[in-house]
Design a protein around this ligand. Sequence first.
Ligand SMILES: Nc1ncnc2c1ncn2[C@@H]1O[C@H](COP(=O)(O)OP(=O)(O)OP(=O)(O)O)[C@@H](O)[C@H]1O
Ligand SMILES: [Mg+2]
Length: 265
Amino acid sequence: MQQTTESVRFDHVYKAFVARGSEPVLALRDVTFQARPGEFVSLVGPSGCGKSTCLNLLAGLDSPSDGTVAHDGDPVHGVNTSVGYITQEDNLLPWRSLRGNVELSMELRGVPRRERRDRAQEFIELVGLAGFEEHYPHQLSGGMRKRAGIIRTLVYDSGVVLMDEPFGPLDAQTRVILQAELLRLWERSRPTVLFVTHDLVEAIALSDRILVFTGNPGTIKRDYRVDLPRPRDPFHIHETPGFGELHDALWSDIRVEIEHARGVS
Ligand SMILES: Nc1ncnc2c1ncn2[C@@H]1O[C@H](COP(=O)(O)OP(=O)(O)OP(=O)(O)O)[C@@H](O)[C@H]1O
Ligand SMILES: [Mg+2]
């Protein structure tokens, strides 16, 4: 392993998708960025700009057409089991109880039963799901299923957590509650996070940095540092000095890309 202070590194990454019988689609063009250990980095940009593709490359579910994607200094080749991946769908197993779902990732890693049970219970209680341990996913609300999906990944200490619009379909109030819970969980072990969202307020509330992507093919247009103090309270993030300026700057960057994608000049 090389000496490195980076948890994640994208170095001049290109990704083209080639489908039989049609022109190749260039999804990513010359994407370069790094994330330090413990940094919370959001990826924002118009639909189709390659945000999910970036996460898939780091998870090793796909490989770059050119350039390097590295985790802890080592290029990713094949499925990268040392990252946690929380997708937009909660992907809970319907035949397992809430407890069984939360224990799953630890089971796969051979964590002894007693330790598994205690750790799962601690996390279930942390997000207010005590009393629902034996409920099955169809007996939980949308917000409860999201919580279960999130703690299932955060319950084991992976150094890097990938989150792809994890709060996508939820109502505004539940989103903010879950943002606050996510920050509390993240503060406990401080994994590096790559977080995809379309919600700029959410990106500001959570992140240390926000990468703004151009429309297709995606490349990084701006790398914003979010200097608002921590711990942060997502319920009152709008009132934090500096919020308004940052939100305006982000929005004007993104608006240009969205209008460009829609053919508005
Ligand atoms: N497996 C694939 N085969 C062919 N093209 C793909 C594949 N996956 C993604 N693409 C294309 O690559 C581009 C980037 O897709 P990606 O899913 O990364 O975008 P995104 O930024 O996550 O968008 P959204 O915000 O809508 O989720 C799109 O043009 C998409 O059609
Ligand atoms: Mg996506």
